[in-house]
Ligand binder design. Structure first.
Ligand code: PGA
Length: 251
């Protein structure tokens, strides 16, 4: 299975900055030897779609959104449906990122519904799970990530083999504090076992690590047996760093 390196630009960028970043990525992407995506702010999806279409050396780049509505259409001001994302060629949508859970109160059930809406539109949800520092210190890491994933499994039934999971310990996001490869691998093994119990097609499901993954530590994380790629925040905004991580995923 190819590894997947997905950038999460979060609420960063501008027309000019995105163009410069994609131009720099185009210099080094070539045939990456792994799957590569950028999850960009929704207003820039059309720009990224157009630039990828116009740039042969970005042919391997796919793109996605950072959130999706659980609803199909209607009176949901500010929401963006999966069908709309599909109109702009999205391959992925991040759901349940800890910043959405934390700042927007998204519950496990809502995250599961968002994953379902994405799947129904043919978009692969990148389902984020992860414990806070307090939860880790209290010894609750496994219980928390299993509860978060269980909701998505429960709601999505046999479609669960079509999702991507991202393990992102909240204490490692944007803090420069990465989980050690051993800490990450241990949680990934738990998640793998949970998916294995849920679907006979478990081998299709990629489990990404996210949380301060960077050019220096990517290789040691990506070599772990149950780490199938990375969800990259800060380092995805620097073309050289993102390309180094992609190279590390080539194996
Ligand atoms: P970070 O963010 O790489 O900046 O820690 C990862 C994420 O939040 O997806």
């Amino acid at each position: 299975m190819n590894k997947l390196i997905a950038g999460n630009w979060k609420m960063n960028g501008s027309l000019a900055a995105n163009e410069a970043l994609l131009a720099a990525l185009a210099q080094g992407l070539g045939q990456p030897g792994c799957d590569v995506a950028v999850c960009v702010p929704a207003p820039y999806l059309a720009q990224v779609q157009a630039l990828c279409a116009a740039t042969p050396s970005l042919a391997a780049l796919t793109w996605g959104a950072q959130d999706v509505s659980a609803h199909a259409s209607g009176a949901y001001t500010g929401e963006i449906s999966a069908a709309m994302l599909k109109d702009f060629g999205c391959r992925y949508a991040i759901v349940g990122h800890s910043e959405r859970r934390q700042y927007h109160g998204e519950t496990d059930a809502q995250v599961a519904d968002k994953a379902k809406a994405a799947l129904a539109a043919g978009i692969t949800p990148i389902v984020c799970v992860g414990e806070t520092l307090a939860e880790r210190e209290a010894g609750h890491t496994e219980e928390v990530v299993k509860r978060q994933l269980a909701a998505v499994i429960h709601t999505n039934g046999h479609c669960i083999s079509e999702i991507v999971v991202a393990y992102e310990p909240v204490w490692a996001i944007g803090t420069g504090k990465t989980a050690t490869p051993e800490q990450a691998q241990a949680v990934h093994a738990v998640l793998r076992a949970q998916i294995k119990a849920a679907t006979e097609h478990f081998s299709r499901v990629k489990i990404l690590y996210g949380g301060s993954m960077n050019a220096a530590n990517a290789a040691s994380l990506l070599v772990q047996p149950d780490i199938d790629g990375g969800l990259i925040g800060g380092a995805a905004l620097k073309a050289a760093d993102f390309l180094t991580i992609i190279a590390a995923a080539r194996g």
